[in-house]
Design a protein around this ligand. Structure first.
Ligand code: PMP
Length: 427
C-alpha cells in the first residue's frame, strides 16, 4: 500500500476535500477503498489516468461496462450525432424499436422494455414476475448482487456491507418475501421450492460475478429450470454483467430460455441503458392500469443510438471472440504463475472476464468466497495499482478485457502480476 500512497498524493488531497461533500468522498459505495479512493480524470482505449497523472491499464472498465474501450471514436461520433437531435424527447424515441428488434433476435426474447440501470431493471423484473404469477416470494442466491434496491439487498458484498440485511435502512419487512438460497446447491434449492407454494420467481446471476467470478454448475442450472417448470414459478436471469460478455449472453451460452432477462452495463457501450426482456405472455402484464414500469430517461436517444451501434457494429461475434482470446491468455498466465510461484491461487474465467482467488480450492458459493484470503488479495491489488495496472474493481469483482486491449497489455499485466503475487505469497 505504501507505493500506492506514494504515487497518489493528489487523490489523497481530493479525498480530504471530497469527504466533506460526498459521504466517503464517492458517489457509489463500491468506489471507496482504504485508505482513500483513486480519483480518475480521463481514459482512452485500454488506459485511464488519475489526477496525479499516473497511467493505468484498465481491466475494471467501469465495472465491466467498457468492452468497447474508453473514448471509442465511433461512439464519440454517434453521441455527437445523437445529441445534435436532442438528448431527451419525452415521448417514445422512434429508434427504440430498432434497438428492441436487435435485442430480441440476439438474446432470444419476445418483448423488451428499457430502463437506465441494472438496479431499476431487476426491481421491475420481480414486480413483473409477481404480477404474472400472482405470487409473492422471490428466491435469490447468496453472494448474488442485483443492484441497490431493498428487496434483494441481502447476503452480498461481505466486506463492504458486512451485515445482513446488506445495508442499514433495509427493513425486515422489505425482505419478508425474499428467500435466500446457496448458489450451486440444488438440494438446498429444491428444499426451498418445496417449502412454499407462493414462489413467484427465482432471480440469479447466471454466472456469479459479484463474489468474484464463480463458475456455474451446469447440472445445478438445469435442475433450477426443471423445478421452475414443475412448480410454476418464473426464471429471471440478471444478465447485467453477463449479457455483454458473450454474443447472446449467458442464456445463449447455456442454451436456456429464462422467462425474463435483464441486460445492462456493456450493451450500451458506456451509456446508461438497461433492458428487461422476456417471453411475450410475461412481458404483456406491463402497461397502464396493469403493472407499473416507468422512467424519465428510459430509451433516451443517446443511450439508444449508442446501444444500436455497439451491438450492431462494435461488439460483433468477431470482436467478442477477440476479447475472449485475450482473457484466455490472462487465465493461462495466472495459472502458470500460480504453478511457478507455488502459491495457492485459483483462477476462474467466463468469456472475457475472470477472477483470482487466494485459496487452495475454487470457490463454488458465497461461503467459499468469503473464506478466501483477503489480506493476500489486498497486497496483490495495491501492488498492481502501484505498478500501473487496475486488475479489477475490487475483491468481489473480476477483470474484463476490451477491444482496445492488446496482447502487449496482457503481457504487461502478467509481468506486474508476477511481482504482486510474490509479494502476496510473503504475507
Ligand atoms: N445486477 C448485477 C448482476 C450487477 O452486477 C449490477 C452492478 N454491478 C447490478 C445489477 C446493478 O446495476 P446498476 O449499478 O447499473 O444499477
Amino acid at each position: 500500500m505504501e507505493n500506492y500512497i506514494a504515487k497518489t498524493a493528489k487523490s489523497k488531497i481530493l479525498y480530504e476535500e471530497a469527504k466533506n461533500h460526498l459521504p466517503y468522498g464517492v458517489s457509489s459505495n463500491y468506489r471507496y477503498f482504504d485508505p482513500y479512493p483513486l480519483y480518475l480524470s480521463r481514459g482512452k482505449g485500454s488506459r485511464v489516468w488519475d489526477v496525479d497523472g499516473n497511467e493505468y491499464i484498465d481491466f475494471n472498465l467501469g465495472f465491466g461496462v467498457l468492452e468497447v474501450g474508453h473514448a471509442n471514436e465511433k461512439i464519440i461520433e454517434e453521441v455527437k450525432n445523437a445529441i445534435s437531435e436532442s438528448s431527451i424527447l419525452g415521448f417514445e424515441y422512434s429508434k427504440s424499436i430498432e434497438l428492441a428488434k436487435i435485442i430480441k433476435s440476439r438474446f432470444n426474447v419476445d418483448m423488451v422494455r428499457f430502463s437506465s440501470t441494472g438496479t431499476e431493471a431487476t426491481m421491475h423484473s420481480i414486480r413483473i414476475a409477481r404480477a404474472y404469477t400472482r405470487k409473492k416470494k422471490i428466491i435469490k442466491f447468496e453472494g448474488h448482487y442485483h443492484g441497490s434496491h431493498d428487496q434483494l439487498l441481502v447476503n452480498v458484498n461481505p466486506l463492504r456491507d458486512g451485515i445482513v440485511p446488506a445495508s442499514l435502512g433495509v427493513t425486515e419487512e422489505s425482505l419478508s418475501n425474499t428467500i435466500v438460497c446457496e448458489w450451486n446447491n440444488l438440494e438446498n434449492f429444491e428444499k426451498i421450492v418445496k417449502s412454499s407454494n407462493d414462489i413467484a420467481g427465482v432471480i440469479m446471476e447466471p454466472v456469479a460475478m459479484n463474489m468474484g467470478l464463480i463458475p456455474t454448475n451446469v447440472e445445478f442450472l438445469k435442475g433450477v429450470f426443471e423445478l421452475s417448470k414443475e412448480y410454476g414459478f418464473l426464471t429471471i436471469f440478471d444478465e447485467t454483467k453477463t449479457g455483454g460478455k458473450m454474443y447472446s449472453g449467458a442464456s445463449g451460452y447455456f442454451n436456456v430460455r429464462p422467462d425474463l432477462i435483464i441486460l445492462g452495463k456493456a450493451v450500451a457501450g458506456g451509456f446508461p441503458l438497461s433492458v428487461i426482456g422476456g417471453k411475450r405472455e410475461v412481458m404483456s402484464v406491463i402497461g397502464p392500469g396493469k403493472t407499473a414500469h416507468g422512467g424519465t430517461f428510459n430509451s433516451n436517444p443517446i443511450s439508444v443510438r449508442v446501444s444500436i451501434l455497439t451491438l450492431k457494429e462494435i461488439l460483433t461475434q468477431n470482436s467478442i471472440n477477440y476479447i475472449i482470446s485475450l482473457s484466455k491468455e490472462l487465465e493461462k498466465g495466472y495459472n502458470d504463475l500460480a504453478e511457478d510461484l507455488d502459491i495457492d491461487l485459483k483462477v476462474s474465467r467466463w468469456g472475457p472476464s475472470g477472477s483470482v482467488f487466494f485459496s487452495d480450492k475454487m470457490p463454488s458459493n458465497y461461503k467459499d468466497f468469503i473464506s478466501t484470503d483477503i489480506q493476500r488479495w489486498n497486497t496483490y491489488f495495491y501492488s498492481m495499482l502501484s505498478q500501473g495496472v487496475i486488475p479489477m474493481g475490487g475483491f468481489n469483482e473480476e477483470w474484463t478485457t476490451s477491444i482496445a486491449h492488446t496482447k502487449e497489455d496482457i503481457q504487461i499485466h502478467l509481468e506486474k502480476a508476477e511481482k504482486s503475487l510474490r509479494l502476496a505469497k510473503e504475507k
